[in-house]
Design a protein around this ligand. Structure first.
Ligand code: SF4
Ligand code: SF4
Ligand code: SF4
Length: 494
């Protein structure tokens, strides 16, 4: 009790830490309190075991893509990667686990293990040329452009199994090269994941909504800690491979949940805990991340317009006989048109409209000191709930329509006529197609509510006064509603 009283009389930050340390409940539970989980997080085999397991699965998928049938819906590379994995990632793993996929992803494993010269134990020597990662690339612009390049090539990658395999091999190769060439802060680490991986970019942004986090239990302890082995590493593990410092990490956008800091912290001061959805959205804001938010919304809008829109020439591009989604020769001219429109919507139209809304927001707030650029960047984070839920609606619809292919290819991954589990004859059939529009409508409405609520909190943070915050938010709310209605139209009406 005396301990409790002395803590209550402490500073405000002590109070916050005290609350954090003792948060309980479904959304505030520190998983390291469960003995068996704590033991698992501290085990050096934990992450490599997950990566190895996925590596075996991905090796089969890569081989299926290269040597299996070129027919997309009979090849496991297409069905398991783009229908099953992508849907589960967006609809389940990211909202519930943030960057949980990055904890078990096999793509950076060869590079990480080679540069560490070890898979499980902490080795003394490393394989790295020691080049310094350029400061100019210390952002997610490469991930933004990488995502747009993949999205531009999606008609090829999504329909040709070999293209999916070569893309995965290219990521693995790039991961190896960057791991052995570069260091940051004098240490080896996940350069590819943090700055280059096109998938990691959107997982990171949407992981701000995720319901788990790794964070310091008590920042006071970190301030007094001389050891800092969470950064430097020690005999129990590596310094943070994502170049984060758990002692002052206020959001988990760049934390790969690798659990190294749980292993290395000598003060047992790192928690792996659940948290409310979207808890990190109100923290630090950056232009490159703001653009990721526009790119995700823009590409979602573009894909739906191409497939379901009424715009004839756009629909022609996706035509299965003459358009870019063709199993025959690649239609490069159409692909360039397709990419041009995608880039134009994502990097031009949407950001410009949002900038206009930011300018209007400044105008109605009556605050001449605030810059539209600040409003543009800060309010971009309010788009994250809507963007994520639109993608959730998109992939859930895709999984319900095409999920039956998973049942058949699992028995015949290469399309060679195998019947490993007796399911290869399972015919294509959509699951509960009548429910899809309602689910998608629900997703958009949840996304809208999330964006209204986060937008209000961001607005209050900027303007401090409730009445001004509400007024300034009006143009943004109008933007959310217009986009929400457009997506509802595509999901429900078309
Ligand atoms: S950032 Fe990309 S490559 Fe790295 S772990 Fe995450 S998904 Fe995998
Ligand atoms: S080693 Fe532990 S206590 Fe020390 S700074 Fe890192 S997380 Fe904080
Ligand atoms: S902060 Fe901890 S869990 Fe997160 S990436 Fe760094 S070492 Fe891993």
């Amino acid at each position: 009790m005396s301990d409790l009283n002395s803590r209550r009389s402490g500073t405000e930050s002590e109070m916050t830490d005290f609350k954090n340390e003792n948060r309980v409940g479904l959304f505030n539970f520190d998983l390291t309190r469960i003995k068996i989980l704590n033991k698992i997080f501290k085990s050096r085999s934990f992450q490599p075991a997950l990566m190895l397991l996925n590596m075996i699965v991905f090796a089969v998928l890569i081989l299926a893509g290269i040597y299996g049938t070129p027919i997309g819906n009979r090849n496991a590379a297409i069905i398991m990667v783009w229908i099953l994995w992508f849907s589960l990632l967006i609809a389940l793993l990211v909202p519930l686990g943030g960057r949980a996929w990055c904890l078990m992803c096999p793509l950076p494993a060869p590079g990480e293990w080679l540069s560490r010269l070890s898979i499980i134990r902490k080795a003394k020597h490393q394989l790295n040329l020691g080049l310094k990662w350029p400061k100019k690339l210390d952002n997610i612009w490469m991930q933004n452009f990488g995502f747009l390049i993949i999205a531009t090539l999606s008609p090829v990658i999504l329909t040709r199994p070999a293209a999916t395999s070569y893309m995965l091999l290219f990521f693995i190769f790039l991961g190896i090269i960057l791991s052995v060439l570069f260091k940051k802060q004098g240490r080896i680490g996940r350069i590819f994941c943090k700055f280059v991986c096109p998938v990691g970019g959107f997982i990171g942004l949407y992981s701000l909504m995720g319901a788990v986090e790794v964070k310091s239990k008590n920042t006071e302890v970190c301030q007094k800690c001389r050891d800092k082995s969470c950064i430097k590493g020690n005999e129990k593990g590596w310094g943070c491979p994502w170049y984060e410092y758990p002692g002052n990490m206020d959001r988990n956008l760049y934390c790969g949940l690798c659990t190294e800091c749980i292993k290395t912290c000598p003060n047992e001061n790192v928690a792996f805990r659940t948290r409310p959805f979207g808890a990190d959205l109100l923290k630090k804001k950056k232009v490159d991340e703001a653009f990721k938010s526009f790119i995700m919304l823009g590409s979602g809008l573009f894909f739906l317009t191409v497939f379901f829109g009424w715009w004839g020439s756009l629909k022609d591009i996706a035509d299965p006989i003459t358009g870019v989604y063709l199993a025959g020769p690649i239609q490069w001219k159409d692909l360039i048109r397709y990419g041009g429109m995608l880039w134009g919507v994502s990097l031009g139209v949407i950001p410009l409209v949002y900038l206009a809304c930011s300018w209007l927001s400044k105008l109605v707030s009556g605050n001449n000191e605030i810059s539209p650029k600040k409003l543009f960047v800060d309010y971009a984070y309010a788009l994250v709930p809507l963007g994520l839920m639109i993608w959730v609606g998109f992939v859930v619809g895709m999984l319900m329509i095409n999920g039956s292919y998973v049942v058949s290819v699992i028995s015949d991954p290469f399309g060679w006529g195998w019947n490993l589990f007796g399911t290869s004859g399972f015919k294509w059939r959509p699951f509960f197609p009548g429910a899809i529009p309602y689910i998608q409508l629900g997703c958009v409405l949840i996304g809208l509510m999330g964006s209204f609520s986060k937008g209000y909190k961001i607005s209050l943070e900027i303007f401090r006064k409730k009445s001004i915050a509400l007024k300034a938010l009006m143009p943004m709310n109008a933007f959310f509603i217009i986009f929400g209605v457009v997506f509802i139209y595509f999901f429900v009406m078309v």
